[in-house]
Design a protein around this ligand. Sequence first.
Ligand code: GUN
Length: 286
Amino acid sequence: MAKIIDGKSIAQQVRGEIRAEVQKLEAEGVRPGLAVVIVGEDSASKVYVRNKIKACAEVGFYSENYELPEDTGEEELLALIEKLNGDPAIHGILVQLPLPRHLDEHKVIAAIHPQKDVDAFHVQNVGKIMLGQYDFLPCTPAGVMKLLEYSGIDPAGKDCVVVGRSNIVGKPQAMLLLHANGTVQICHSRTRDLAQKTAAADILVVAIGKPKFITGDMIREGAVVIDVGMNRDENGKLCGDVDFASCFEKASYITPVPGGVGPMTITMLLKNTLSAAKLSMKQDEK
Ligand code: GUN
C-alpha cells in the first residue's frame, strides 16, 4: 500500500515560507502584486482564477482580477497587457488559458514582459527552462518537483516516465526531471506499448487529461505515481488521470486528486510572483 503525498499540507508549508518573505519585503516597502486576466466564461477557468486570487490574499500579495467578456478583441487585450507591463505595482501577469478561439494565444503570451511572466510561458522563459537557468519555473512541473522533494524522493538515476507532452506540463516536466538527473522518457497518445513503458517507471508523472487512464496493472510494484489530471468521472466526481484504487495497492507513493498536485501549482505561482517582485527590486537598485 502506498504512502499518500499530501499536497495540501506541503502547499501550506511552502505558503508559510512565502508569507514570511512577503513580510520581509514589506519592510522594504514592496508588496508583491499579481494581475490575473481571464477572457470569457469557461467555468473551470473561473474556478482556477478564483483560487489564484484567494491564494494571493492568503500570503499577503496585492492582486488585480480582470474578467473580460468573451468577445474581447485582440487589440484591447494587448493594450491591457501593455498597461500591466508598465505598472510598478504589478510584478506578475497571468493570462488564464485557454483563450477564446478568435484570440491568438502565442501572440498574447509574447506580449507579456518576460520578467512578469509568472507562468513561464513566454518563449524567453521556455528557453531558459531548457538551459536550466530560470527566473521562473513552470508552475505545475515545479509543484511536482516540490512534492517529490518534500517526500524525500530524489529522481537522480531513476527511470522517470512522463505521460503527456503538453507545453504547460509534459515537456517542461521532462526537463525538470532531467535537470534533477532522472532518466526521462516522454510518452503520449501515439506511443506504442504504453503499458510496458509506464510499468518500467520508478517515477511516473501522468498528465494526459483522461480520467482514471493509468491502472494498477500498468505500474511497477513500488513506483512513485504523480497524478496531474483533473477530470470528472462518470458520476461527476473529481478524479485524476490515475485509477487511484488499483494504483494505491501497488505504488510506494501516490498523489490524490484533489489534494495532490493542484494546491502545489498555485503555490508555485505565488513563489514565481515573489521572485518577480524581488527581480524588480534588484533592477531598481541598478
Ligand atoms: N490553464 C490551465 N493551466 C494553466 C496555468 O497553469 N496557467 C494559465 N495561465 N492557464 C492555465
